[in-house]
Write a protein that binds this ligand. Structure first.
Ligand code: 5RP
Length: 214
């Protein structure tokens, strides 16, 4: 299991401290949530903050763009040195083109689905994807309650990936903790994003280890 702590739940007044904690931990990627106040009803941070994070991070960056017209920022995400660029299915008119642009820049192309979007929407494009991220909360805020249907949805996505001979990894984002993480692992998740559960824990590094061994 890969674990990608969501920096959205870090202490923004002491970001370097939290990034250094993640550098020392066994986490795999740093998950960066960009919100524009249009695609989602919240604004988080943008490229200046991500550049500052990239300067200190010793783990690959997994950038999740919760913005309209994400295709305008492929080059900027590449210039950060990101490993993964996740765009929302719901934000892309020409998804196939955006995926090709991301891959042409040498990044892993991830497509994210909102909770109400069925996995069948990805039937045609799944062989081209490196990663599919399922939102298990409505995007926009950390610390929300896990949406139960996400476990079965993970299972259905896994079936589609196998049936279509895709190599796409399955990433789940929202409300991930020890209990939901276990069920998601059993359903076929490859990567767990976790924000509040990790950053509010007394021993964040131990919780990262727990999720990693699911
Ligand atoms: O994308 C997100 C919100 O849109 C966050 O990554 C997600 O909510 C993780 O936070 P938590 O684990 O606290 O639910």
């Amino acid at each position: 299991m890969l674990v990608a702590p969501s920096v959205l739940s870090a202490d923004f007044g002491n970001l370097q401290h939290d990034i250094e904690m993640l550098n020392k931990s066994n986490c795999d990627w740093l998950h960066l949530d960009v919100m524009d106040g249009v695609f989602v009803p919240n604004i988080s941070f943008g490229f200046p903050v991500m550049k500052a994070i990239a300067k200190h991070a010793r783990k690959p960056l997994d950038v999740h763009l919760m913005i309209v017209e994400p295709e305008k920022f492929v080059k900027e995400v590449k210039d950060l040195g990101a490993k993964v660029m996740n765009v929302h299915y719901e934000a892309c008119t020409h998804l196939h083109r955006v995926v090709q642009q991301i891959k042409n820049e040498g990044m892993m192309a991830g497509v994210t689905l909102n909770p109400s979007s069925p996995v069948s929407l990805l039937e045609e494009i799944i062989p081209d994807l490196d990663l599919v991220m399922l939102m298990s909360v409505n995007p926009g805020f950390g610390g929300q309650k896990f949406i139960e249907g996400s476990v079965d949805k993970t299972r259905r996505l896994k079936e589609m990936i196998l049936r279509r001979n895709s190599n796409a990894l399955i990433e789940i984002d929202g409300g991930v903790n020890r209990e939901t993480g276990k069920r998601l692992a059993d359903a076929g998740a490859d990567i767990l994003v976790s924000g509040n559960f990790i950053f509010k824990a007394e021993q964040p590094e131990a919780e990262i280890d727990y999720l990693k061994h699911l």
